[in-house]
Write a protein that binds this ligand. Sequence first.
Ligand code: 4NP
Length: 155
Amino acid sequence: MSVKILMVCLGNICRSPLAEGILAAKLPKEKFTVDSAGTGDWHVGHGPDKRSIAIAKKNGLNISNQKGRQFTAIDFDTFDYIYVMDSSNYDNVIALATNENQKSKVQLILDEIFPGENVDVPDPFYGLANGFETVYEMLDDATANIAAKLIEKYK
Ligand code: 4NP
């Protein structure tokens, strides 16, 4: 059975598609499934932002085939781990949880590298191109820790 990890941001076109692609590349496909979703519905069915596609490509990853979808309460049952990009995503996801087990699956992704500091992955949507570089580096660091922990836990 596959261990399932979900990456969540607001639009599911900038940050969480990158987080999905970066983590998926660090995990063996036989044991792990990685997906992403947005708390908002504006970009359902859309591919990732071209700036996310570009920074992924620069780092050897192809995320262009992903399709945006909205987070739903069903995801609490489907996924084992739910990583959110910022505290507003956290609040939006937690608001849909109906029990403590569901809430316990949700974690701020940068807690992996800055434990307990409540650091957000900044939303690069309205910013300049180097915002995507920063986001990429943050997600690369955080997912390195996540992958190491998961591989150790499920070996
Ligand atoms: P994301 O960025 O949450 O990293 O995908 C955003 C993309 C689109 C919008 C907001 C954030 N939007 O409002 O359309």
